[in-house]
Ligand binder design. Structure first.
Ligand code: AHR
Length: 516
């Protein structure tokens, strides 16, 4: 392949990454909570039942904010079921995932887990089967210091200090017919506005995210965002986006191209949000909360992998096993998020443990890293700072991506997909410049030439790659490090220039120190 030229300038930045860009998600779904983060009796569990082996991997993964308790689950959740003495908590049918919820783990346990993990909590309220009244009560229970029935109830439960949760999601995917009490945009917009208003009256310091459409391919997409923001514009800071990439067609080049649709999705939602602002002559900018993103398809349409009969507790569902090509497409999503750091100021990898997750556990057994763990850890650990504008001159290819909404195939033409997808992050305090680069050619190495104007004395601090001759290789309990990053040897700097050769089908992270 011919040289691929990248140019950037130290002074030209897209924006600075928000700490919340590197979030993840814990839903009451399958073995994410029970047997995932929480397993009393496990040999690594502490007195609260938190698995320390999982916590150790979570710390290495380094998510910054954690969304909870759903997802689809939240649309039928009574938050009151999950607080107070565990022995008194009711068992309930969960209609989102056809399971039995024991409520052994609830909001207070989640807050404790976040504190131990050093992660900011993000809570979602139920605007499906419930409404603004339940939402405001939950907020009062969590955030009000004391002296009212609900805040004193929290104190009587053993949490004297308020939780001080700042980020709240107003429901989840409310346009999805699969959602409990799905709504039209007008119905949802009204309820979300009223919930937001009351919540803010209780605690003016909170930040609120309205639900965007549950996907770009939904028939509701676009009009939904516009109507919802027409209602809620003055009361919310965020609108949410969700995307799951797939390789239903076993077409790897198209799969690796599909992360570019995340860029288009973000641009489109920004345009809609700003058009609502323009009609109001408002300078306010609604930010984007990309609070569900990942690769998910093997366990998505497949009913046996989605539902276990007989209303079991914590069934092994949505346990997607990720391979090398999934990690590459996933890395492409990280690059898309970085390159929109000006407007995407919160994002959550869905999910954290066992359920479409970077971390897998065996109940009673060990925990290990899936392939997608590695790009996320790189993204979170090395992606903080000023994201620089880049000009990329790369050869392209054409792809036809199957992006179905429901069981029907729907193809999407992508005529010019650059082989190189890249983001550059400058951390002025750490004196580093980091490149995140995806080579989407399955056969050709990619000769990367970077000219970084305004920098001098670039020196390689570390250069890592994730690639494998077998794109279907996975990590397992028996072979947990079959797929892991290795050193990228073919990278040299000279002044403000870098030359590197990126292996075919590879995720690469090149971190350079900068002089001065
Ligand atoms: O993350 C799995 C599910 O995907 C979530 O519960 C839902 O919000 C989305 O459809």
């Amino acid at each position: 392949m011919r040289n691929v030229d990248v140019r950037l300038h130290r002074d030209f930045a897209i924006g600075t990454t928000h700490p919340r860009l590197f979030g993840a998600f814990i839903e009451h779904l399958g073995r994410c909570v029970y047997g995932g983060i929480f397993e009393p009796g496990h040999k690594t569990a502490d007195a609260k039942g938190f698995r320390q082996d999982v916590l150790e991997l979570v710390r290495e993964l380094a998510p910054t904010i954690m969304r909870y308790p759903g997802g689809n689950f939240v649309s039928g959740y009574n938050w009151e079921d999950g607080v107070g003495p565990v022995a008194n908590r009711p068992r309930r049918l969960d209609l989102a995932w056809m399971s039995t919820e024991t409520n052994e783990f609830g909001t207070n346990e989640f807050i404790d887990w976040c504190r131990v993990a050093g992660i900011e909590p993000m809570l979602a309220v139920n605007l499906g089967t419930r409404n603004g009244d339940a939402a405001r009560n939950m907020l009062e229970y969590c955030n009000h210091p004391g002296g009212t029935a609900l805040s004193d109830l929290r104190r009587s439960h053993g949490w004297e200090k308020p939780h001080g949760v700042k980020f709240w999601c107003l429901g989840n995917e409310m346009d999805g017919p699969w959602q409990m009490e799905a709504k039209t945009a007008t119905e949802y917009g009204r309820i979300a506005l009223e919930a937001a208003k009351m919540m803010r009256w209780i605690d003016p310091s909170i930040e609120l995210a309205a639900c965007g459409s549950s996907g770009r391919r939904m028939p509701t997409f676009g009009a939904w965002e516009e109507t919802v923001l027409d209602h809620t514009f003055d009361q919310v800071e965020y609108i949410s986006l969700h995307t799951y990439l797939n390789n239903y067609d076993a077409d790897t080049p198209a799969f690796l191209a599909s992360c570019d649709l995340m860029d288009s999705f973000i641009d489109e939602v920004v345009a809609i949000a700003d058009s609502v602002a323009a009609r109001r002559r408002s300078a306010k900018r609604i930010m984007l909360s990309f609070d569900e993103w990942n690769v998910w398809y093997r366990t998505r349409r497949n009913r046996a992998a989605r539902v276990k009969e007989g209303w079991p507790v914590a069934p092994p569902i949505l346990e997607e096993i990720y391979n090398v090509e999934d990690a590459l497409a996933f890395g492409g999503c990280c690059i898309s998020l970085l390159n929109h750091a000006d407007r995407v100021t919160a994002a959550c990898l869905a999910q954290l443990v066992n359920v479409i997750a970077p971390i897998m556990t065996e109940t009673g057994g060990p925990a290990w890293r899936q392939t997608i763990f590695h790009p996320f850890a790189h993204f979170s650990r090395m992606g903080r700072g000023r994201v620089l504008r880049t000009q990329i001159d790369s050869p392209t290819y054409a792809a036809r991506y199957n992006d179905p909404n429901g069981p029907r195939d729907e193809f999407f033409a992508m005529p010019e997909v650059p082989y190189l997808k890249l983001a550059a992050v400058h951390d002025p305090d750490g004196h580093t410049l980091t490149l995140f680069a995806l080579n989407r050619s399955l056969t050709e190495p990619l000769p990367l030439r970077l000219q970084a104007a305004g920098f001098n004395g670039l020196a390689i601090k570390q250069a890592l790659q994730l690639c494998d001759a077998d794109l279907k290789a996975v990590n397992t309990r028996q072979n947990p490090d079959r797929v892991a990053p290795t050193r990228l040897a073919a990278a040299r700097t000279n002044g403000a220039a870098l030359e590197a050769e990126l292996a075919p089908a590879s995720w690469n992270v090149i971190q350079m120190t900068t002089a001065g």
